[in-house]
Design a protein around this ligand. Structure first.
Ligand SMILES: Cc1cc2nc3c(=O)[nH]c(=O)nc-3n(C[C@H](O)[C@H](O)[C@H](O)COP(=O)(O)OP(=O)(O)OC[C@H]3O[C@@H](n4cnc5c(N)ncnc54)[C@H](O)[C@@H]3O)c2cc1C
Length: 419
C-alpha cells in the first residue's frame, strides 16, 4: 500500500498541507473534528441577519504569495476580489477627518514625496523609519521601533500593525512585523493591493480546496476529533478517535494542524504559545441601497478599527479586543454610532446586527510568546506540525497558516525520501 499522510485539522494550514501533498500524488486522509472545514476562516448562515457571513473579516494582500499559489493550485485564483491599485481610505473618528493613502505604481515609493498621497501632517522622511524594523532585536516591540509620537504612527503604523498582528503594537514583536513589511509594502504597490474573498471565506478559500482534494481521491472525514496519538519509540503508531483507533503504518506520516492548545493537550511536553488575543466582529445588515463610499475604511480614534462593506452587510473588525465586554446590544450600538458618521447613510438607529467575538483568534504575538513557536519537525520521526502559531517567521495570518501547511508537506516528503 502507498504511504499515507494523516492531516489532523482542516483549517487553512491543514488544507494547504493536504493540497500540496495531493498535488504530488500522495495519499491523504484529513481528520477534522468539526462538521465543516476552514477552522478560524469560514462562512456560515446567520439567522439574525438572514445572510451568510464570515466568522470575521479577513483581509489579504496581493503580496501573500503562498496563499495565491494555494488558490491557483485549487483553481480558485479568481475568487478573491480587490482593486487594481492599492488605495487605503482612513477616517479619524475623534477628529472627524478622512484621508486616503494613494501609492504610486512601481517598486519605488515615489508617492511618499507627494503630500496629497500620504497621511496628512507627515513628511517623506517619516516613512523611512520603517526600515528600522529590519534591524529589530528579538525583544523589541513595534512601538519601540516605530512610535515617534507623530501622525504617521497614530494614523498608519498603529492600525496596520494591530490588524496584522492582533496584538497591541506596544507589546507586539517588531521582528515579526518586518517580514510582512518586506514582502508587501517593501515590494511596491503591486504587492499590497487589498484582497478579500469574493463571496465568502468558505466559498473562496475552503470549498475549492475540498473539491480539489476529493477530485484527487483524498479522504476528508468530518466529526473526527483526534483524542490522542499513540507513540512507540520515535514514531506515532496510532491515532485515537475515541470510538476507534487508526493504525499509522511504518511508512505513514501524521501532520498535526490543530490550534496550539489542542496540540499541547496531544503532546504535553511540547512548548507552544499559551497567550491569545481576541478579535471582535460586528456585522450589520442595512436596509436600502448599499453605502456609496469605499468598501474598506481604516478607522482611528474610536473602538471600531476597520470597516468593510459588502452589498447590504457592513462589518467592523476590532483586533486585540479582549477588554471589550458587555451586552451585544451595547457593543453594536456604540460601534454603529461610530460608523454611521463614516457611512453617511443608513440612519442613526442600530440595524440588525451580529456580534462575534473569537476569544482565541490568534496567539499573542509578543516577543515572549513568539519564542514559544515550535518548528515544523518534532522529535517523533513521522510527526510534523502546522498552524499559524508554529514557527513560520510570519505573524498568525492566512499567509502564515498556508506557509506552515506547505512547509509541513515538504517535511513529509523529505521524511519519506529518507536521509
Ligand atoms: C476573527 C478573525 C479574523 C481574522 N482576520 C484575519 C485577516 O484579516 N487576515 C488574515 O490573514 N488572517 C486573519 N485571521 C487569522 C486566520 O484566520 C488564521 O491565521 C488561520 O485561519 C489559522 O489557520 P490554522 O489552520 O492555523 O488554524 P485553525 O483555523 O484553528 O484550524 C485548526 C483546525 O483543527 C481542527 N481541530 C481542532 N482540534 C481538533 C482535533 N482534536 N481533531 C481534529 N481536528 C481538530 C479545528 O476544528 C480547525 O478546523 C483572523 C482570525 C480570526 C479568528
Amino acid at each position: 500500500m502507498a504511504p499515507r499522510t494523516f492531516v489532523i485539522g482542516a483549517g487553512m494550514a491543514g488544507l494547504a498541507c493536504a493540497v500540496r501533498l495531493a498535488s504530488l500524488g500522495r495519499v491523504v486522509e484529513v481528520l477534522e473534528s468539526a462538521s465543516h472545514a476552514g477552522g478560524r476562516c469560514r462562512s456560515y448562515f446567520d439567522d439574525n441577519l438572514g445572510r451568510r457571513i464570515d466568522n470575521g473579516n479577513h483581509l489579504l494582500l496581493s503580496g501573500n504569495s503562498a496563499t495565491l499559489s494555494y488558490l491557483s493550485e485549487v483553481g480558485a485564483a479568481g475568487l478573491l476580489a480587490g482593486p487594481d491599485r492599492a488605495e487605503f481610505a482612513f477616517f479619524d473618528l475623534e477628529r472627524r477627518a478622512g484621508w486616503t493613502i494613494r501609492p504610486t505604481a512601481g517598486r519605488l515609493p515615489w508617492w511618499i514625496l507627494a503630500p496629497s498621497r500620504r497621511v496628512p501632517g507627515t513628511r517623506a522622511r517619516d516613512y523611512l523609519r520603517a526600515a528600522r524594523l529590519a534591524g529589530a532585536g528579538p525583544s523589541q516591540t513595534v512601538a519601540e521601533i516605530l512610535d515617534d509620537g507623530g501622525p504617521l504612527y497614530r494614523c498608519f503604523w498603529h492600525p496596520f500593525a494591530l490588524a496584522v498582528m492582533n496584538t497591541d503594537p506596544e507589546e507586539a514583536s517588531a521582528a515579526l512585523l518586518w517580514p510582512v513589511v518586506r514582502e508587501t509594502l517593501g515590494r511596491g504597490e503591486a504587492a499590497y493591493r487589498p484582497r478579500i474573498a469574493r463571496v465568502g471565506l468558505s466559498e473562496s478559500l475552503v470549498d475549492p480546496a475540498l473539491a480539489y482534494l476529493s477530485s484527487r481521491g483524498a479522504d476528508i472525514g468530518f466529526g473526527r476529533r483526534v483524542r490522542g496519538l499513540e507513540r512507540t519509540g520515535d514514531r506515532v503508531t496510532a491515532i485515537d478517535l475515541g470510538d476507534r483507533e487508526m493504525a499509522v503504518g511504518e511508512e505513514d506520516s501524521v501532520v498535526l494542524a490543530v490550534p496550539a492548545g489542542v496540540c499541547a493537550s496531544l503532546l504535553p511536553n511540547l512548548v507552544v504559545p499559551t497567550e491569545f488575543r481576541a478579535i471582535l466582529n460586528v456585522h450589520f445588515r442595512i436596509a436600502g441601497a448599499p453605502p456609496a463610499g469605499p468598501s474598506m475604511v481604516g478607522l482611528v480614534g474610536g473602538m471600531a478599527q476597520w470597516l468593510f462593506c459588502r452589498q447590504d452587510v457592513v462589518s467592523v473588525t476590532v483586533s486585540a479586543a479582549d477588554a471589550i465586554e458587555g451586552p451585544p446590544e451595547q457593543i453594536a450600538g456604540r460601534i454603529w454610532a461610530e460608523i454611521s458618521q463614516v457611512l453617511g447613510c443608513c440612519g442613526t438607529q442600530t440595524p440588525s446586527f451580529r456580534v462575534v467575538k473569537e476569544k482565541r483568534a490568534t496567539f499573542a504575538q509578543t516577543p515572549e510568546q513568539t519564542r514559544r513557536r515550535p518548528p515544523t519537525r518534532t522529535s517523533w520521526r513521522n510527526l510534523v506540525l502546522a498552524g499559524d502559531w508554529t514557527d513560520t517567521g510570519l505573524p498568525a495570518t492566512i499567509e502564515g497558516a498556508v506557509r506552515s501547511g506547505t512547509k509541513a508537506a515538504e517535511a513529509v516528503i523529505e521524511l519519506s525520501e529518507g536521509p
